[in-house]
Design a protein. Structure first.
Length: 422
């Protein structure tokens, strides 16, 4: 017999007592997660539609790499300034403003495509603009997490956010694939615009007790430099950022080549692209759900390193695979490994960086996280067109595995990696 006032018992009670459910039922984080999931689904719909549109226009792996670079590389120039803004001003307003602009850009894709005016040059310009405002959004959105949950729940919140991203990777491409089969591709962009506006509206409903604006000490350039110096002098953060760079360029970048891989093993058609993208997302969701946050940062750092090694190994096998279903299984392993590495790195940075410069350090993280796949996609796309997928993938996978071994050895000699920074 249940005690009056006690919560439910049995499996349901145990489920409701899990940290994940407890964090999700916090009003602000739950509302943010709902809106973010809706918007991310639209973003993945748009990303798949954009890459498919480029492939249909050009039939070139190099152009796929160009567009992946155009979407991600602006963070190199915009991200550091966005990080300073996130440390100086209201992170919630910065996130909300960027969402409104991203919705406008998505609507422009659709309207111009319907009007027959979306030529390759305009498509590229809009993609660069989209990348710029994602760069403005990223450090504020990531730093905002600590204003939505308690510090002890930050790792869980980051993992849940990653699950959100990767559930969107499953649903977004699937919805986009169905839409592209049954209606003009322009509608994918217009639906994304509507979904992004929903998220911006939900952000208006958050009641977050943000800290007062930080004092401005020094110029913008000096503040940017402080964040960069901290990130690369910190023994733990610097090593994980190095693996994030190599893993992004050598492992994550392969996703932007999925249209070419789908044509190689599945035959031409958007269904193969959706299978590969969704397969990677399934592995990513499993990683997000099972990711455990240790009280000690040292085990987390080692897990991150091993995850990148696993992803590189699966990628090497993918480069020689000729079976479509083996491809799906391998990209699921890559998705699991990449997501474990990304969650672990972001959580490590969130917990180790002091609040006064968290936005700037996260902007360095975001620069590497978005910029490295862009550089890797450009190089891989160029190599695909000339020597095929196997040589460049095997070379990058080998480099990542060797770097993982070096980082694992170096982490054993760092006695103070668990000490949080103040």
């Amino acid at each position: 017999m249940n005690t009056p006032g006690a919560g439910p018992r049995g499996p349901l009670g145990r489920l409701l007592q899990t940290r994940q459910i407890r964090v999700l039922t916090q009003a602000n984080f739950g509302l943010y997660t709902l809106g973010n999931g809706i918007s991310l689904t639209g973003s993945w719909m748009q990303r798949v539609a954009l890459l498919w549109l480029v492939w249909q226009m050009t039939g070139s792996g190099f152009w796929l790499g160009i567009f992946a670079t155009a979407d991600m590389l602006p963070i190199l120039f915009v991200g550091p300034f966005a990080g300073v803004a996130a440390d100086r001003w209201d992170r919630l307003k910065q996130t909300r403003f960027s969402q409104y602009v991203l919705a406008t850009i998505a609507a422009l894709y659709g309207v111009l495509l319907i009007a027959g005016q979306l030529h390759l040059g305009i498509l590229l310009a809009l993609t660069v603009a989209n990348g710029c405002f994602i760069a403005i959004n990223q450090p504020a959105r990531m730093a905002l997490v600590q204003n939505l949950v308690q510090r002890a729940d930050v790792g869980t919140a980051v993992a849940l956010s990653s699950v959100n991203v990767n559930l969107a990777r499953i649903t977004g491409p699937a919805i986009a694939g169905i839409m592209m089969v049954h209606m003009p591709v322009a509608w994918v962009f217009l639906v994304n615009a509507a979904l992004t506006l929903i998220f911006a509206t939900l952000l208006q409903m958050l009641r977050v007790a943000l800290e007062p604006a930080r004092p401005r000490t020094g110029s913008v350039w000096s503040q940017i430099w402080e964040g960069v110096v901290f990130a690369f002098r910190d023994v733990g953060i610097s090593r994980l950022l190095w693996l994030l760079f190599l893993g992004g360029a050598g492992v994550r970048a392969i996703q932007d080549m999925f249209p070419a891989i789908a044509e190689r093993n599945f035959g031409a058609g958007s269904s193969g692209l959706a299978f590969l993208t969704s397969g990677m997302a399934v592995g990513a969701v499993i990683a997000g759900i099972t990711f455990g946050v240790s009280a000690s940062l040292a085990p987390m750092a080692r897990r991150v390193a091993l995850s990148w090694g696993l992803g590189a190994l699966a990628l090497a096998v993918l480069s020689v695979s000729t079976s479509p279903w083996l491809d799906v299984a391998l990209v699921a392993v890559v998705g699991y490994a990449v997501t474990s590495g990304v969650i672990g790195t972001q959580t490590f940075v969130q917990l180790r960086a002091p609040d006064l410069m968290r936005g700037r350090v996260l902007s360095v993280h975001g620069l590497i996280s978005r910029g490295s796949p862009a550089l890797g996609a450009l190089a891989t796309g160029w190599a695909f067109d000339r020597v095929g997928p196997m040589p460049p993938i095997l070379a990058t996978a080998g480099l990542v595995i060797m770097s993982v071994i070096a980082v694992m050895i170096s982490l054993r000699g760092i006695p103070h990696i668990d000490t949080p920074q103040d």
